[in-house]
Design a protein around this ligand. Structure first.
Ligand SMILES: Cc1ncc(COP(=O)(O)O)c(C=O)c1O
Length: 387
């Protein structure tokens, strides 16, 4: 008979494990039915009742819970040091759940350079629900304080940010939020728990587009929220996950668990290669600016040094010569991929992103354009800019 391990004992065991060990083992163990060391994929949407009408395995229906989803949720909670996690069908579904957990009339602070769909969601969907928001430079704590309202319930942090790779002082924002009685959610997509642990710095929730580094192979669209406490906020989120139904599919969860196993090793390579690419670009005469927190010249370098264990695999850079030159560089490189979105450079996307800030800045004469977000992984593939 399988030895029962209490939740407390399990937490104790997990906290003693190295990150690498957690990445491989957290959330699953050999399948008790077959001994398979790789977890099976449970596609069943419905689970059988016992003779007494109960659900002896704890599973009832696929939207409520599924073994593969539970495995990935336990794994993510362990990696982030949270008490629980909720896996969603995408990063944006997870983000939506956080905003849905707030009430009409509540006010949210969001970084003015956040992943632009996060702001689009607030502007186009949640504004109609009566959720108010203000975009602010999250790296400037005084600016953040100055836009707080009595109704501010949530501060949304994204660090490093997409696409300007700005670094926000999470503990500093948490202190501001506590004084205002607000919660803090950190989009930890680019740092991953390997490099930054927002819950240990006081954040209430971590959000991941697990589509990115956690999945690691560009073949799974997924998202997750990890809670520091199993409190009212996390309970509301769990309810929204199950009732709203934007849950992560079993096969996606399986892929995610598999991807996470190699996360620590991939992240080391990403950091190492990004640092080399950043140094190279910073010394290139065609490059106007490199955004990488590992560079001493980066405004967020000292905060990054304090709150990250390494500087990450993402960077963006600007080239002299404007959009035409930016596209020429991107297309001329054998290891850069430009997306359909980026190829088209739709004016509204340029307006909605960092490019607008740069186009409209005093440095316009340089005609700099944010060119590319870089995945500097060991396959040297460059992930296209989503701005
Ligand atoms: C920082 C960041 N957060 C959230 C998202 C949204 O995640 P998803 O595409 O999984 O919905 C993205 C997507 O690129 C992102 O870059």
């Amino acid at each position: 008979m399988a030895r029962q391990v209490s939740g407390y004992a399990l937490t104790l065991v997990l906290t003693c494990m190295h990150f690498e060990t957690l990445a491989v083992h957290a959330g699953h163990r050999p399948d008790p039915a077959t001994g398979a060391v790789t977890p099976p994929i449970h596609l069943s949407t419905t689970f059988e009742r016992g003779k007494d009408g109960s659900f002896p395995t704890g599973y009832i229906y696929g939207r409520d819970a599924n073994p593969n989803r539970r495995a990935v949720e336990q794994c993510l909670a362990a990696l982030e040091g949270g008490t629980g996690a909720a896996a969603f069908a995408s990063g944006m579904a997870a983000t939506s759940a956080v905003f849905q957990a707030l009430a009409p009339g509540d006010h949210v602070l969001v970084p003015d350079d956040s992943y632009y769909i996060t702001r689009k969601l607030l502007q186009e969907v949640f504004a109609r629900w009566g959720l108010e928001h203000t975009a602010v430079d999250m790296t400037d704590l005084r600016a953040v304080e100055s836009v707080l309202r009595a109704s501010t319930r949530l501060i949304w942090v994204e660090t490093p940010s997409n696409p300007l790779i700005r670094v926000t002082d999470i503990a500093g924002i948490v202190a501001v939020a506590r004084r205002a009685g607000a919660r803090v959610t950190c989009d930890n997509t680019w740092a991953t728990p390997m490099l930054t642990r927002p819950l240990e710095l006081g954040a209430d929730l971590v959000m991941h587009s697990t589509t990115k580094y956690l999945g690691g192979h560009s073949d799974v669209l997924n998202g997750a929220l990890i809670g520091r406490e199993d409190d009212d906020l996390f309970q509301r989120i769990r309810g929204i996950q199950i009732t709203g139904g934007a849950v992560a599919a079993p096969f996606d969860c399986w892929l995610l668990v598999r991807g996470i196993r190699s996360l620590p090793y991939r992240m080391r390579a990403h950091c190492q290669h990004a640092a080399a690419v950043a140094e190279f670009l910073a010394s290139h005469r065609a490059v106007a600016r490199v955004h990488y927190p590992g560079l001493r010249s980066h405004p967020g370098h000292s905060v990054a040094k304090r709150q990250m264990t390494d500087f990450g695999g993402m960077l963006s850079f600007e080239v002299h010569g404007g959009r035409t030159e930016a596209l020429r560089v991107a297309h001329g490189s054998s290891c850069m991929a430009t997306s359909a979105r980026q190829n088209s450079f739709r004016p509204e996307e340029l307006r909605s992103s960092a490019a607008r800030r740069i186009d409209g800045s005093a440095d316009q004469d340089l005609q700099r354009v944010i060119l590319e977000r870089v995945y500097s992984g060991n396959n040297s593939a460059l992930v296209p800019c989503a701005c």
